[in-house]
Ligand binder design. Structure first.
Ligand SMILES: Nc1nc2c(ncn2[C@@H]2O[C@H](COP(=O)(O)OP(=O)(O)OP(=O)(O)O)[C@@H](O)[C@H]2O)c(=O)[nH]1
Ligand SMILES: [Mg+2]
Length: 438
């Protein structure tokens, strides 16, 4: 698949659906009232970083991205359907700029990362929304909000741990094919590599991603040769491997030319950790080797590795040096990562939260003491002795007994019977009186 690292996209979100004007008309329902539903929401334009993509080539063929508009509201207070979002799948490492190509909107560096570029319009309210005591039959509704439109520039900056930089024919692609399973095109003419190539390098049970970038020549920052736009792919690298063709003359001059191009490009590339390697040692005459190495060391002011991508000489030493620098950056990044206190989400998590806990974090020492305190506290909260409880309770008991004593042995039954018999006697007397009157 062809590699493309810059693309222009015309995007528009979905417009909101219009609100509906309707009135309820049903048999036996007089004055049904307003009955129009709201319009649906328009879809958003969203960019999402996808792991399985390596190029922006899809946007060469599809430059217009449009989200669905919301459906209009309907009678019976039916809300219109929301429009679907338009999701732009881009490779990890894509930067999204405004139309000017300079104002950065988003940098998608992790797989699955999403960003909303354009918001869909809200749906308009139907006439039911406007009913009130003073306007019981509103004959108007709101239109949906219009869609948003914009032009975006997408720029892909590959996520690689290390980058290969050098003049054309320095042996960059040969080195990549030697240390990884990548099979870039190799030939003895300049600018064989026209687009970046990635390979995964495995060394000492660790691995990293190495990018082979097209060759740079003098004046690349002014557009000479392939220009310097591919240097953008080295911006995210932890280290740069600068390869110099040892069979050519003027190694120090070559080194300075490439350094000058890195400085002219800017974006912090010149300040990146650099490993310098004199390549093609298998083809350098022995008498020239020491001289060339010394000249290069003088020019770069650091240790120069002597390697050969063809014979493999010195390759593992260079890879280990690169791995050290990559690991350094990985450690620094992990240390700098902010600790995000996540709110409890699941029910089980929420139940573990102690809302009465003090805000000040306990020291580990205090936590150790905790166990001892609980143990010592147990006897204090032990249940009170039964005797004490009984002693407190029987305050009313003697009273009940007293009552019982008053009424004698069958105290409860007797007064009731006595009461009943008195009533019966009274009734009997009344009956007798009636009879006597007759
Ligand atoms: N003797 C020898 N030749 C090498 C070595 N590495 C690369 N070459 C040769 O150098 C030529 C260029 O190699 P490439 O790997 O295509 O160089 P490159 O830096 O990728 O070049 P561009 O893609 O044009 O920038 C090829 O003919 C390789 O066979 C090496 O270590 N020893
Ligand atoms: Mg190449």
């Amino acid at each position: 698949m062809k590699f493309l690292d810059v693309a222009k996209v015309y995007a528009s979100s979905g417009a909101g659906g219009n609100g509906c004007i309707a009135f309820r008309r049903e048999k036996f329902i007089e004055y049904g009232g307003p009955y129009g539903g709201d319009g649906g929401r328009g879809g958003d334009v969203v960019a999402e970083a996808a792991e399985n993509l390596n190029t922006l080539i899809d946007f060469r063929f599809q430059q217009h991205v449009k989200a669905q508009s919301g459906e209009g509201g309907k009678g019976k207070v039916m809300t219109g359907a929301n429009g679907d979002d338009a999701v732009m799948k881009v490779p990890v490492g894509t930067q999204i700029y405004e139309e000017d190509g300079e104002s950065l909107i988003a940098d998608l560096t992790d797989a699955g990362q999403r960003v909303r570029l354009l918001k869909g319009g809200n749906g308009g309210f139907g006439n039911t929304h406007f009913k009130s005591s003073t306007n019981q039959a509103p004959d108007f509704a709101m239109p949906g909000q219009p869609a948003q439109e914009a032009i975006f520039i997408l720029k892909l900056k590959l996520i690689a741990d290390a980058g290969l930089i050098g003049m054309p024919n320095a042996g960059k692609s040969t080195f990549l094919s030697r240390v990884s399973a990548a099979r870039p095109k190799i030939a003895d003419y300049p600018f064989t590599t026209l687009e970046p190539q990635l390979g995964v390098v495995k060394i000492d049970e660790s691995d990293f991603v190495l990018a082979d970038l097209p060759g740079l020549i003098e004046g690349a920052h002014e557009g000479v040769g392939l220009g310097d736009r591919f240097l953008g792919h080295a911006e995210r690298c932890a280290t740069i491997l600068h390869l110099i063709d040892g069979t050519a003359d003027g190694v120090a001059k070559t080194y300075r030319t490439i350094r000058h191009e890195l400085e002219a490009y800017g974006e912090g590339l010149a300040g990146k950790p650099e490993i310098v390697a004199l390549n093609k040692v298998d083809a350098i005459p022995e008498k020239d080797l020491a001289k060339k190495k010394a000249a290069l060391e003088k020019a770069c002011g650091q240790k120069v590795h002597v390697i050969s991508g063809v014979s493999g000489e010195g390759v593992s030493t260079v890879l280990r040096a690169m791995m050290r620098q990559i690991n350094d950056r990985r450690v620094r990044r992990i240390a700098a990562r902010p600790v995000i206190a996540r709110a409890p989400v699941t029910r089980a998590e929420r139940q573990t939260v102690n809302f009465k806990a003090s805000v000040v974090a306990k020291s580990p020492l205090a936590e150790l003491d905790l166990d001892v305190k609980v143990k010592s506290a147990r006897p204090v909260i032990a249940p009170r002795k039964k005797k004490v409880a009984e002693a407190e309770k029987p305050v009313r008991k003697p009273l009940q007994k007293k009552k019982a004593v008053k009424g004698g042995g069958k105290a409860k039954a007797k007064p009731a019977r006595a009461k009943h018999s008195a009533k019966a006697r009274a009734n009997k007397a009344a009956l007798n009186r009636k009879r006597s009157r007759r």
